[in-house]
Design a protein around this ligand. Structure first.
Ligand SMILES: [Fe+2]
Length: 517
């Protein structure tokens, strides 16, 4: 009896692992039984020259550790296996399986799948980072509010051939419950309803929310076919968040943040690290280096109260924090790569919106315009070290923009929009996948008037492209000579629809000094 006691004790203390304990029961209605237990599909991410992370999650009731086998092959029929392995997954991670597959060849397409008991997962496709390619193609996305519509943009990206990766710049999920009391115009554009119907604050809330998003067939297919490189913005935890709180306040903040981070690392094909940090860089040989930033939870100070808040220009207020800023700047200074790509959450360029958002300075205070001292420090370093060929890609604003990247567009001593004086690269902003944009909040006529005011030379001389009313994504193509952004817009998002068109393109030449058509 004595020898059985530890086992009996263990069984007693094991969590009563019903799936309902990881997820709200309503999620079951969206499940994909034909894929079970791999209802959430497969995913890959964080491609290095010799490694890539592969991911899946079992959707099942179990009280015990579950054994999952995996295999990676060089062919889609899974005949030429290059690596295999197995590992246990546990209820403590809601049965997440994440494997960092190493010793791979650079710039190579691989196929992978998982097996649990006698069931196979769908076969995923992924690609390691190329080191000697003369082309890099990255789909850039952000802001995919499930309630705002169907993921036709993800469906289109899934079908893109020769993509190297999908960069997700955040707002992968939204933390809100079902919108009920919004403006009439916004309510008209609520096409689906969130589960659970409450603001996410605890681990099971966030897990369920990711589960709901991942049961969307178009997003699941996009993950199956391309590696993702992800960073969070605010809605992965709470609106307008910063290190010590969010718009909703600071109550239970540390516990909420920890739960949200845990769910993020369970669901995203991001490389594990003990601190659950998302700041990291990727090399694509001599062509490009990519820095993925955390402008939320790494070093961000609380937003200022408005343009007249004396704290606004305080040099001790940060978006990235000193450590992350130094890492970025030294990385950009020392890289041998031609293009310096920065994956960033909120609009980096100076944006004069005073004629549009007079009564809503909080919009501005959450962008880099709300952290002018740290941005100026970055530009000072860039000019001092004569850095060029920087491409910042950004999400967050649900609209599409291109800017000449410059230290001060309003100062003719720094910038000249005609000659390109003072331009060190470009900022390209991706629209939302589904989250509401201008004409879903205000009447169309107000949206077109806003566009006119934004585009006035006197307001924003460095603005090279603007669209306020479409959804979709941007495709960033880098060659040794050129960095080009192509904006793809979906026809509709009120139902599944595969019509997507290329609507605009802008580029900057290597060592060029302005964004051009
Ligand atoms: Fe967003």
């Amino acid at each position: 009896m004595n020898s059985l006691r530890p086992l009996l004790l263990l069984l007693f203390f094991l969590p009563k692992a019903q799936a309902q304990e990881w997820f709200y029961p309503e999620l079951k209605a969206l499940a994909a039984p034909d894929l079970a237990p791999f209802d959430f599909g497969v995913a890959s991410g964080d491609p290095l020259p010799d490694a890539v992370v592969i991911w899946t999650k079992l959707y099942l009731d179990s009280k015990l550790p579950e054994l999952v086998k995996w295999e990676m092959a060089s062919d889609s029929a899974m005949q030429n296996l290059v690596q295999t392995g197995e590992e246990y997954t546990y209820g403590t991670s809601a049965f997440t399986v994440k494997v960092d597959v190493k010793n791979l060849e650079p710039g190579t397409t691989y196929f992978y799948r998982f097996k649990h008991k006698d069931k196979y997962s769908p076969i995923g496709r992924t690609k390691t980072a190329s080191q000697n390619s003369d082309q890099l193609r990255l789909a850039v996305v952000s802001c995919a509010d499930y309630q705002g519509g169907y993921y036709n943009a993800f469906g289109h990206i899934a079908k893109q051939q020769n993509l190297d990766a999908v960069l997700h710049l955040g707002d992968y999920i939204y933390e809100y419950g079902v919108w009920r009391n919004g403006r009439k115009r916004m309510m008209k554009h609520r096409y689906r309803e969130h589960i659970p119907d409450k603001n996410c604050t605890e681990l099971m809330d966030y897990r369920t929310r990711y589960g709901q998003y991942r049961l969307d067939p178009q997003l699941r297919e996009c993950h199956r076919l391309h590696p993702f490189i992800v960073i969070w913005d605010d809605h992965e935890v709470a609106n307008n968040d910063y290190v010590n709180g969010a718009e909703s306040g600071t109550a239970n903040w540390e516990a909420r943040k920890a739960a949200a981070k845990q769910a993020y690392f369970e669901w995203m094909p991001i490389r594990e690290n003990p601190e659950r940090r998302i700041v990291r860089s990727f090399s694509f040989g001599k062509l490009a280096e990519l820095w993925m930033l955390d402008g939320r939870l790494e070093g961000r100070s609380k937003q200022a109260n408005g343009p007249n808040d004396p704290a606004l220009n305080d040099p001790n207020r940060h978006m990235l924090g000193t450590e992350q800023t130094d890492w970025l700047l030294n990385g950009m200074k020392n890289t041998q790569a031609r293009w310096k790509i920065v994956g960033n959450q909120v609009v980096f360029s100076q944006l004069n919106d005073s004629k549009v958002f007079d009564r809503r300075p909080s919009v501005r205070m959450d962008r880099w315009d709300g952290y002018p001292a740290e941005r100026q420090h970055i530009f000072d370093f860039i000019y001092k070290n004569d850095l060029k060929n920087i491409v910042v890609v950004t999400g967050d604003v649900h609209t599409s923009w291109a800017f000449d990247l410059t230290g001060n567009p309003a100062d003719p001593n720094v910038y000249d929009c005609k000659t390109g004086k003072g331009v060190v690269g470009a900022e390209f902003v991706t629209p939302s996948i589904t989250s509401f944009n201008f004409d879903e909040v205000v009447p169309k006529i107000v949206a077109s008037e806003a566009k006119r005011r934004f585009k006035k030379k006197k307001n924003n001389p460095h603005l090279r492209y603007l669209d306020l009313v479409h959804h979709g994504y941007l495709l960033l193509t880098l060659t040794p000579e050129k960095a080009q952004s192509d904006w793809y817009f979906v026809k509709r998002k009120d139902r599944v629809d595969d019509r997507v068109r290329l609507c605009a393109s802008r580029h900057i030449l290597f060592n060029g000094n302005k964004v051009e058509k």
